[in-house]
Design a protein around this ligand. Sequence first.
Ligand SMILES: *Cc1c(COP(=O)(O)O)cnc(C)c1O
Length: 389
Amino acid sequence: MNATQIIHSIPSDPLTGAISVPIYQTSTFIQEAPGVNKGFDYARSNNPTRKVLEDVVAKLENGDAGFAFSTGLAAIDAVLKLLSAGDEIIAVDDIYGGAYRLFTHVYEKLGIKVHYVDTTEASNIAKNISSKTKLIWIESPTNPTLKVSDIKEISKIAKSIDALLIVDNTFASPIAQNPIDLGADIVIHSGTKYIAGHSDLVAGLVITKTAELSEKIKFVQNASGAVLGPWDCFLTIRGIETLEIRYKKQCENAFKVAKYLVNHEAVQEVYYPGLATHKNHEIAKRQQNGLFGGIVSFTLKEDTQEEAVNVVTNTQYFKLAESLGGVKSLLCHPAQMTHASIPREIRLKSGIKDSLIRLSCGIECAEDLISDLSESLKSITKEKNSLFI
Ligand SMILES: *Cc1c(COP(=O)(O)O)cnc(C)c1O
């Protein structure tokens, strides 16, 4: 969808003409007679403000229906509840840390086995298939090393074994990538990130491809009850109004920052799918609508946690915080923050080195972001130089 279509997919209020979506702050709805209502009976099952958000995100991802949850992890949890004990998942190896924790420490206990593989090579998936494989779970690009997997290719594998392909599309956002169009069955978003976009709420979204899946997710949403409240639904809708312009600016800033870092003497490696040197650049170019995202990760020549801490504590505009996708730039040290729950050897195997730093570029001026990093990286170099004086 282009910016016009996105903005005008958000309806004005048919009742009053209000141009913005009303916040229905209510738990229940009066019925004329038992079971006779205006389409709403109890706010866990449905709420008019949430319905607008859910309809808009379904359109954003070309799905059958959308569902809004209290957090991204609640959205992931709802999809996992489609499984039964004995089922297996094949998941991308550098999966979001919170998803790893949920898969491994909650669902494995309930009898669901997860195989973590490098999904950038589709053949790795084929090697781990069994008759019990029910879900293939990918993120593309991944967090934080920005690996890109070929969604179309993987969807063919999923179809051939009658498994569902789930794509966590948080990093690409619906602006860069629409996984359902590429063959995915379910799309997940942490709405907390780009979609709401202002670092002022937590939210999760599920978008389903078929009416059959919609019915199943709707059932879980109501049965488990982790719905998004009306106020946060309103803020998320308001965020969506500027999603396109924000995301494009963030991509532009990230590309400039990535190009700057590539040439910096203290930097070892830059991970950004827009760079021709990125391992999966060709796939990214093919499936991401010419947009490579607002996240840039990099490692330092001195690959230590101490060096990384030096960098992340010496910036002015890039604020040290978990999360990403907001209008203000953030940075973090995954080994000690977002991915602290992953054991070191597993973390290293999936490329999350000790000095890896993840940047989430906001919508500030690119020059300011670059000079901020330049100053921060200088402070390390200075320290180093002082050793020789
Ligand atoms: C943040 C994030 C999540 C979890 O979302 P919350 O809203 O924090 O629960 C899931 N997947 C990815 C890729 C994320 O970045």
